[in-house]
Design a protein around this ligand. Structure first.
Ligand code: FAD
Length: 517
């Protein structure tokens, strides 16, 4: 009997705990959300997966995940939150493919909109003199590539990785090796459909609601949820000559990069990366790249030096196989790379653009994809990039790096200064991306703490040396840092927020504005 009583009281205690927990949950989930009439649905149970992102450092649990079937579902939900007024703490975050780094697509105790569920409009490619494609804001770029290629067309400007959504990259900028010619992805959009923080569905373009159009591009999700975009297309090539060249001198490397992006008749893609203490790298390339001169290349020794690799690509069609070799030789002839280090590869256009996915598959199979990614992306004015390199590659990161370090120039003239993105004040600036992966629970130089410490050293140096650097995919936790980030554009940013999302409902994970409760 004694045992029975103690088991019974234990079970009662357990039940009362569960009841208390449930009542806590239900008392905090705004019950009015349950009353919304939607074509899709709100899920209150499986919310953990949207409290995670590629960065793997932040986990903010929402109350609910909206799986919209239609644009109206998203509009109804936002309008409902708007009508709850300033005293509700509820916020809404659009989640594209969740490849943010510091919780930017999360909403603590809010509603996360799973944009990939939005299947309307059906993707539609339009040919003619100025071809374009209409896509949903939750569409992945890889799907847009595949669909437009059926018509011999493709978007002009890319990111290095295509398993990202249109809404996610347009909220930042979308930069890759084509940006020097076409500008970032935000310079290649004709029209958007946006749901503002008041739940209004608005079409906007250069000529219609133009302030909203420019606000949303590079707007970090602050002014509206992009539900549809019209993306500019061009004829897609069949193949790509993909070339890597090494330099030991930073000045020569950047001079050649700048020469290439300044000429009209040049490569179609120009990037570059830094190689720190990686003697084995040349061997790794052999699978896809062949040295032009195998004997000389095999004798090349990096000697532990920091090297700089220029990466270029030239597109061509199958009928042009001979002339493209001459063309590439002509473009390479003025460059001053280490002559034994010319490596070539030839791949299909789709394999070239989707190249990072091939690495993803390999890393996933080794359990190395879902690790913390303390990435740091910077935009550095051309006049300061040498000072930056001297300190960062010569002093802060001398022994090792924990992932690729990209470095390449882009031209400011290809960016529209009416958009929301904040960039350096010089005609040419460099994207420098430290794409680090941390080894979980390591306390060594490959651990999260060490990498975050190195990132901080880099940022502190940029600040103390007054380099005029802007963060790309910016992350700040204090509003004064956001003010500094936007500089003279801060007031316009705040004005736009008051106009399109006055209750500060949207994209709380960016931590720019707090909902006033
Ligand atoms: P999410 O992470 O889901 O969202 C990002 C932000 O946009 C959030 O604030 C979210 O609320 C908001 N948002 C999402 N969808 C919408 C929408 N429809 N309307 C309004 N706001 C929305 N970037 C480059 O520029 N160039 C690169 O080469 C590049 N390479 C990358 C490679 C990898 C492996 C990864 C992981 C990222 C890379 N990025 C690159 C960064 C990438 O562009 C951004 O992280 C982008 O935000 C990710 O898109 P997403 O769909 O995952 O967006």
């Amino acid at each position: 009997l004694k045992n029975f009583l103690s088991i019974r009281s234990f079970l009662l205690l357990l039940l009362s705990c569960i009841a208390a927990k449930l009542s806590l949950c239900f008392s905090t989930i705004p019950s009015s959300l349950l009353t919304l009439s939607l074509d899709g649905h709100l899920n209150f149970d499986e919310v953990q997966h949207v409290a995670k992102d590629f960065g793997n450092q932040y986990q903010l649990l929402p109350f609910a995940v909206l799986h919209p079937k239609t644009v109206t579902d998203i509009a109804i939900t936002i309008k409902h939150v708007w009508q709850m007024g300033p005293h509700s703490e509820l916020t809404v975050a659009a989640r594209g493919h969740g490849h943010s780094l510091q919780g930017q697509a999360q909403a603590y105790r809010g509603v996360v909109v799973n944009m990939e569920c939005l299947q309307s409009p059906i993707m539609q490619v339009h040919g003619g003199k100025f071809p374009y494609v209409d896509v949903s804001g939750g569409e992945l770029w890889i799907n847009i590539l595949r669909e437009s290629m059926k018509y011999g067309l493709a978007p002009k400007s890319w990111t290095d990785y295509l398993h990202l959504t249109v809404g996610g990259t347009l909220s930042n900028a979308g930069i890759s090796g084509q940006a020097f010619r076409h500008g970032p992805q935000i310079s290649n959009v004709h029209q958007l459909e946006v749901i503002t923080g008041k739940g209004e569905v608005v079409r906007c373009s250069e000529t219609q609601n133009e302030d909203l159009f420019h606000s949303v591009l590079g707007g970090l999700g602050q002014f509206g949820i992009i539900t549809q975009a019209r993306i500019s297309l061009e004829p897609a090539p069949d193949k790509v000559k993909w070339i890597r060249l090494l330099y030991s001198d930073f000045n020569t490397f950047t001079r050649d990069q700048e020469h290439l992006i300044s000429s009209e008749n040049t490569f179609d893609y120009v990037e570059g990366f830094v190689i720190i203490n990686r003697t084995g790298l040349l061997n790794n390339w052999r699978s896809s790249f062949s040295p032009q001169d195998p004997l000389q290349a095999s004798q090349f020794e990096s000697g532990g030096r920091t090297l700089f690799c220029l990466e270029v690509a030239k597109y061509f069609n199958l009928g042009q196989t001979d002339s493209i070799i001459e063309e590439v030789e002509r473009l390479l002839s003025p460059l001053n790379y280490i002559s034994s280090t010319l490596f070539l590869s030839e791949v299909s256009y789709i394999d070239f653009l989707d190249r990072v996915h091939i690495s993803e598959v390999k890393l996933r199979s080794k359990g190395l994809w879902e690790v913390p990614h303390p990435w740091l992306n910077l935009l550095i004015p051309r006049s300061k990039v040498h000072r930056f390199a001297e300190e960062v590659f010569g002093n802060i990161l001398t022994d090792t790096s924990n992932g690729p370090i990209l470095i390449y120039p882009v031209k400011k003239s290809k960016w529209d200064n009416r958009t929301s993105v904040s960039i350096p004040e010089e005609d040419i600036f460099y994207l420098v991306a430290f794409l680090s992966s941390a080894v979980p629970s390591s306390t060594g130089t490959d651990g999260l703490d060490h990498i975050l410490y190195q990132n901080k050293r880099i940022l502190d140096f940029c600040e103390s040396a007054h380099l005029g650097v802007k963060q790309y995919l910016p992350h700040y936790t204090r509003q004064e840092d956001w003010k500094t980030h936007f500089g003279p554009r801060w007031e316009a940013f705040v004005r736009r927020k008051s106009a399109y999302d006055p209750l500060r409902i949207l994209a709380p994970g960016q931590r720019i504005f707090q909902k006033a409760v």
